[in-house]
Ligand binder design. Structure first.
Ligand code: SF4
Length: 264
C-alpha cells in the first residue's frame, strides 16, 4: 500500500506524539521544527527508572510467538510490548506499559506515569485509547477492555512495589467501577499511587484519531493550548519560538539545553 506523505516526512506516528497533541499541538509541532533544543525536568530520569522496574519482571518473546499465543487463547500479561497499526494508510506505533489478554480478548490496559502530582490529564486517556485502537487493528477483541492510569508521585516512588501488587490493587477499584456500572473512576491508594479507570470506547478512540490526523495530513495548522499555565513552563516559549504564547515563560522553571548535534 502507498503510504501518504505525512508532516515532516515521518514514516510512522508514535502514540505518545498523538497524546501530546492534546497537551499542546503547537508545542509538539515546534519539537519537530527545533529538534536540537531540549530541556531536562528532574523527574524524567526517575520515570525512566520506574519503567525499567516494570519491564524487568518480564520475559522477552518474539512477535511471532506473541501472535501464536494470542491465537491459542493463552492468558498473557504483556509488559512494554510494541504494537502498530494503520489509520487509513498512516502507520501508528506504540508501546503500552501493561496489557492482559486471555482467550484472544484484551481485558485490561494500563499506563504507568511518574509525576510530582497525582493528576490525570486528557492526554493520558488519549494515549490509552490509541493503544486500544492498535489492539483492535491487531485483531484482538477489545469489546470488554478496561483502561487504567496509575500515577506514582516522584517523591514517593516505591521501587519495591511489585507490578503485580499494583495491578491487584487497581483490579479492586476496577471491580467497583464494573459493579456500579460507572463510566469512570478516580482512585487513590494512600501513601502509594493514584489513578483513573474507565471502559474503552472504540468509537471515541476513532473520533480522537480523526482530529489528530487532520494535523499530520496538513489539513489544518497546529492548535496552541488555551491554558496560559502551560505556556509559563514551555520550553519553546522560553526560547522565543512561539508566537501564540498566552503568558511569559517562567525562566526560573524552564532551563533550555542545546542537544548534541549528531549530524555527520
Ligand atoms: S507557548 Fe503555549 S501555545 Fe506556545 S507552544 Fe508553548 S504551550 Fe503551546
Amino acid at each position: 500500500m502507498n503510504r501518504i506523505k505525512i508532516r515532516y516526512n515521518l514514516d510512522f506516528i508514535t502514540v505518545s506524539s498523538i497524546a501530546e497533541q492534546w497537551y499542546c499541538e503547537k508545542a509538539l509541532d515546534l519539537q519537530y521544527q527545533h529538534p536540537n533544543v531540549g530541556f531536562k525536568l528532574p523527574g524524567l530520569d526517575i520515570g525512566t527508572v520506574g519503567h525499567e522496574l516494570i519491564a524487568q519482571e518480564a520475559e522477552p518473546i518474539t512477535k511471532e510467538e506473541l501472535k501464536e499465543y494470542i491465537k491459542d487463547g493463552r492468558a498473557l500479561r504483556l509488559h512494554e510490548t510494541m504494537f502498530e497499526g494503520l489509520y487509513g494508510n498512516i502507520l501508528i506505533r506504540g508501546i503500552p506499559d501493561y496489557i492482559e489478554i486471555k482467550d484472544g480478548k484484551a481485558n485490561f490496559l494500563v499506563e504507568f506515569k511518574f509525576s510530582k502530582k497525582k493528576r490525570i490529564f486528557k492526554n493520558h486517556r488519549i494515549q490509552l485509547d490509541t493503544y486500544g485502537y492498535l489492539l483492535y487493528k491487531n485483531k484482538i477483541d477489545i469489546k470488554n477492555l478496561f483502561c487504567g492510569i496509575a500515577i506514582f508521585p516522584l517523591n514517593e516512588l516505591n521501587q519495591d512495589e511489585a507490578i503485580n501488587e499494583v495491578i491487584k490493587k487497581m483490579k479492586r477499584w476496577l471491580s467497583t467501577l464494573r459493579n456500579k456500572r460507572l463510566d469512570k473512576l478516580f482512585f487513590n491508594e494512600p501513601g502509594s499511587f493514584g489513578g483513573y479507570l474507565y471502559p474503552f470506547s472504540l468509537s471515541e478512540a476513532k473520533s480522537n484519531l480523526k482530529w489528530a490526523m487532520e494535523y499530520w495530513l496538513k489539513k489544518r495548522e497546529p492548535v496552541p493550548t488555551k491554558k496560559a499555565n502551560k505556556c509559563k513552563t514551555c520550553l519553546y516559549n522560553a526560547a522565543g519560538f512561539c508566537k501564540d504564547a498566552l503568558a511569559e515563560a517562567d525562566k526560573q522553571r524552564v532551563k533550555i539545553k542545546k542537544k548534541k548535534d549528531n549530524s555527520p
